[in-house]
Write a protein that binds this ligand. Structure first.
Ligand code: F0G
Length: 426
């Protein structure tokens, strides 16, 4: 195999491994980083190149991931898998800003990716690498979005997709996608952490390529959220980026990418990062606020099923990024998530519950003074509103209990007559 310009390096023991091999962990058990040859890149890549690509019709340039390929994974154009991922909207809403108590907020809506979540950014790279390694079967454990994304990209490449999901705990939109895209879908009696443990065993025993974010190439693709956010803002670094945390791949990726931009001298400062966890699934919050090492949690529970995770695989990478970005971790209750969601939805933006932990967290951090009212703040909405329609309908029907449903938009039942309808409109 041709030598690659990147290598895999263990986060725990710093041992180096070849750039392209089937490997998810070091022999010591540590997680792996893709380390690029930044020395070779220095001076060779600039923001003007990325901006020029933005108006190109080449699929690799149109993709909001592969546009930044030198910093993601420099592979030949014909090797790349793409569905034109990224290019997501950056919204400003006065209603959301006023709700969170900040003078201005920008929200990057990653739910506008091809399969409706930020996962497509990492998955296009994971599937590309599966192809480079000659793999025919790919697998993941998922709370729903990773599996939807993997199933779609695998189908596009003619690969067999196998997904492991926690029984009864994934939102309907996501389950529909896995089934519709033709993935072999296996429900595990247990939670996401059980499914994650089992899929790793399965991939160790069979010739199946693992595409959870333990796979370091997934993280490389996800870095592009940060790159594209800066590009949207004419490369101005915000004061804060706020995002939800579950398996902790996304915030690890965000900080890694930004740290690389800084190391290359392309940006001068790093933003601060705030990771928001659900109160019922908060291992990172506990570790961060106690200063103790991250401990796995059993029996986690939250309405935001996407982040219902007790044993995140990227804990260490996440803490590294938080240290570099002078980050903070906050937790929010399900009620806070649902209320923030009602505000984001009613602003016409809309997002799934886990995404709205971002907005609930911003509100809490603004109230406690951690984020200044006048700060330049960006939030990441990670998934589309239609991923979890069940929660939306139950909320507005008042089935989630008080105080959850205080921003209900009640369904109006009327007789089929003009008078009745006019009366109802009054
Ligand atoms: N938001 C949504 C909508 C998600 O689907 C996830 C993770 C997260 C936030 C958290 O991101 O895990 O990188 O910290 N979903 C995974 C899945 C676990 O299987 O789809 P993270």
């Amino acid at each position: 195999m041709t030598p690659r310009s990147w290598k895999l390096v263990c986060l725990d023991c710093a041992r180096e491994h070849a750039g392209l091999e089937v490997r998810y962990r070091c022999d010591c058990g540590g997680t792996l980083d893709v380390v690029h040859d930044l020395e070779a890149l220095r001076g060779g890549i600039d923001f003007a190149t990325f901006d020029r690509r933005l108006v190109s019709k080449e699929p690799a340039n149109r993709s909001g991931v592969w546009r930044f390929r030198e910093l993601i994974l420099p592979v030949d154009a014909e090797a790349i898998a793409t569905r034109g991922e990224g290019n997501t909207g950056l919204y400003e809403s006065k209603a959301v800003a006023s709700y969170v108590g900040l003078s201005r907020v920008q929200l990057k809506h990653e739910g506008e990716n091809p399969t409706g979540s930020f996962k497509d950014r990492g998955m296009c790279v994971g599937i590309t690498v599966a192809g480079l390694l000659g793999k025919r079967r790919v697998a993941c454990a998922s709370t729903g979005n990773t599996s939807a994304s993997m199933a779609s990209y695998a189908a596009g490449r003619g690969l067999e997709a196998i997904v492991f999901i926690p029984e009864g705990k994934i939102a309907f939109g996501k389950l529909s996608q896995a089934l519709a895209y033709g993935a072999k879908t296996i429900q595990i009696e247990g939670d996401f952490d059980d499914a994650m443990r089992l899929v790793q065993q399965v991939c160790d025993h069979a010739d199946i390529y693992l595409l959870n974010s333990i796979n370091p190439f997934r993280i490389e693709g996800q870095k592009a959220i940060g790159f594209e956010l800066l590009q949207d803002r004419d490369w101005q670094v915000p004061d804060w980026i706020v995002l939800p945390g579950g398996n902790l791949g996304n915030n690890s990726a965000l900080s890694k990418g930004l740290m690389e931009l800084k190391a290359l001298g392309l940006i001068e400062k790093l933003p601060r990062i705030a990771v928001i966890q659900a109160h019922g699934a908060n291992p990172l919050y506990r570790a961060f606020s106690s200063g103790e090492p991250l401990q796995p949690l059993e029996g986690v529970e939250t309405i935001a099923t996407a982040i219902r995770i007790g044993n995140p695989v990227s804990g260490k990478k996440s803490l590294r990024g938080l240290a570099a970005c002078h980050g903070v971790v906050e937790e929010v209750t399900d009620d806070e998530i649902l209320e923030a969601k009602a505000v984001v939805d009613a602003a016409g933006i809309g997002a799934e519950p886990a995404s709205c932990a971002t907005v609930a967290g911003m509100r809490k951090l603004a109230a406690s003074g951690v984020i200044d009212r006048g700060a330049d703040v960006c939030g990441i909405l990670t998934g589309h509103l239609l991923k979890d329609p069940d929660t939306v309908v139950r909320y507005h029907r008042g089935e989630l209990g008080e105080p959850s449903s205080k921003r209900r938009n009640t369904l109006i039942q009327v007789e089929p007559s003009l008078e009745a309808i006019l009366a109802a409109l009054d």
